[in-house]
Design a protein. Structure first.
Length: 136
């Protein structure tokens, strides 16, 4: 083995040793600063005031909708049972084709009036209703 190869191998081994050095933490300090709520709940506590100010900052921006708003959406896809509606929000909404029984010719690209029932359900889906938009 040449001297140059030997020196290169020693440098690689030295680098690997340096990368595995871990910083030691004082156990008492760690326990004092540990967030038990976050650990138990698996979440970070949300400051309600910060959340409210964030929502206020979003109002009026493109894609922000309020529940019970009646707005125009565009049919972007039709499946066997549902119409997927884009309302320029963070996600599309799904409406059962049963709500469009009167409109048998519903097609992709059509503009439809929808009511925002919920901005987000438990699965993060935007909940829209065409039927409820007519009664509002």
């Amino acid at each position: 083995m040449s001297e140059e190869t030997k020196n290169t191998e020693e440098q690689v081994v030295a680098t690997e040793v340096q990368e595995t050095v871990e910083e030691t933490v004082n156990p008492q300090e760690f326990l004092e600063n540990f967030n038990w709520h976050k650990y138990e709940q698996g979440i970070e506590a949300v400051d309600e005031e910060k959340l409210k100010s964030f929502e206020e900052a979003l109002e009026g921006t493109v894609g922000f909708v309020n529940e019970r708003d009646v707005i125009e959406g565009t049919v972007i896809r039709i499946t066997d049972r549902d119409a997927i509606i884009d309302i320029n929000s963070k996600s599309e909404g799904v409406i059962s084709l049963n709500e469009f029984r009167y409109n048998q010719g519903l097609a992709e690209g059509d503009k439809v009036e929808v009511l925002v029932d919920k901005r987000e359900d438990s699965s993060g889906q935007l909940v829209l209703s065409h039927k409820k938009s007519k009664s509002n």
